[in-house]
Design a protein. Structure first.
Length: 117
């Protein structure tokens, strides 16, 4: 079982990044997927979540209107499109998969996003 994130990097304020998380080793369509982030010295927080069917989406208030979560079942991939990035968005971003019924959970290893001029 693997969740592999990519797409992080250094970007200037106001810029954009798209994170990807490729899943393998489990039935992707049975898992709700989410993105979390953890900044230095802070607790890990939920950024965005999409259910297994893709018809229910939630965002943290701090990213509403700027970030978009989506999933592609054909590619076993969940995305996080991040626009108008701010320095406060700097964190390690983690992908999480949770089974829709058992709630069994997998985590990725994280990808660093740094927003700085």
């Amino acid at each position: 079982v693997q969740l592999v994130e990519s797409g992080g990097g250094l970007v200037e304020p106001g810029g954009s990044l798209r994170l990807s998380c490729v899943a393998s080793g489990f039935t992707f369509s049975s898992y709700g997927m989410s993105w979390y982030r953890q900044a230095p010295g802070k607790e890990r927080e939920l950024v965005a979540a999409i259910n297994s069917n893709g018809d229910k989406i939630n965002y943290a208030d701090s990213v509403k209107g700027r970030f978009t979560i989506s999933r592609d079942s054909a590619k076993n991939t969940v995305y996080l499109q991040m626009n108008n990035l701010k320095p406060d968005d700097t964190a390690v971003y983690y992908c999480k998969g949770s089974h829709y019924f058992t709630l069994y959970t997998y985590w990725g290893q994280g990808t660093q996003v740094t927003v700085s001029s």
